[in-house]
Design a protein around this ligand. Structure first.
Ligand SMILES: Nc1ncnc2c1ncn2[C@@H]1O[C@H](COP(=O)(O)OP(=O)(O)OP(=O)(O)O)[C@@H](O)[C@H]1O
Length: 239
């Protein structure tokens, strides 16, 4: 459904992505892994129209979206949940979630979508009237994901969904990603932890210094000698 071909992005005079190839199939979960500053978030911003490529092409469900403005991406079925959750701290959970239904079609279906999400996310039912900043980090991440889903995307992009979360909360967000995916929604996310990334994902990519390095199935990535040597510190995993 999503195809990036030889995508190049720069911020001002500084190029940060070189010839990135990446795809997400219908209903797939895909992870992007790489060190700090390697360009993972920029890939997502390029897909979303926030960092338009100066070369290469991006298509979504057969349509060229390389240079579409960001709001048109949402209407076409892509949602991005930004890093660090970015909720409106003094608004309630319910108000935060409803902010995600900002385009006309989503606004019309907001009540129905909220009921659907309340089934998926117990936090929305139990804490709907609570002020967002009073929730734990993991609960806030769930609210941020729910807000992204209010636009009824076909592809949900999560920028560092596990950042700063305790292991128990990571497990809950992983369960949530699986539940969202079971609804037929494709998920593209990034994460620096190799085991977390590739144990959840159907397929994955490693990016270093703005370039594709390795890609493959989730299991294949965990067994890849270079990944085991460089990212899991296993001696003798590769020549
Ligand atoms: N708005 C910007 N203006 C200039 N440079 C930027 C901007 N945003 C990111 N960069 C630079 O682009 C490079 C890639 O950043 P990006 O945030 O995409 O990496 P990342 O892999 O997501 O990193 P992290 O894991 O630390 O979030 C980095 O060198 C970063 O400093």
């Amino acid at each position: 459904m999503l195809e990036m071909r030889r995508v190049c992005v720069r911020y001002g005079a500084t190029q940060v992505l070189w010839d990135i190839d990446l795809s997400v199939g219908e209903g797939e979960v895909v992870a992007v892994m790489g060190p700090n500053g390697s360009g993972k978030s920029t890939i997502f911003k390029a897909v979303m129209g926030l960092a338009p490529p100066f070369a290469g092409a991006i298509s979504f469900r057969g349509e060229d979206i390389t240079r579409l403005p960001v709001e048109r991406h949402v209407a076409r079925g892509i949602a991005l949940v930004l890093e660090r959750r970015r909720l409106f701290p003094t608004m309630t959970v319910r108000e935060n979630v409803l902010m995600g239904a900002f385009h006309a079609q989503a606004a019309k279906a907001a009540d129905e979508t909220l009921r659907w999400l309340q089934g998926l996310f117990p936090v929305l039912r139990e804490r709907g009237g609570q002020i967002a900043e009073s929730l734990s980090g993991g609960e806030q991440q769930m609210v941020a994901i729910a807000r992204g889903l209010m636009s009824r995307p076909r592809l949900l992009i999560l920028d560092e969904p596990f950042l700063g979360l305790a292991p128990k909360m990571v497990a809950q967000v992983v369960d949530l990603i699986r539940a969202v995916n079971a609804e037929g929604i494709a998920v593209l996310f990034n994460e620096q932890n190799v085991r977390t990334s590739f144990s959840i994902a159907d397929r994955g990519y490693v990016i270093e210094s703005g370039r594709n390095v390795v890609d493959g199935t989730g299991l294949g990535m965990l067994e890849h000698p270079d990944i085991r040597r460089v990212y899991l510190g296993e001696q003798g995993a590769a020549p």
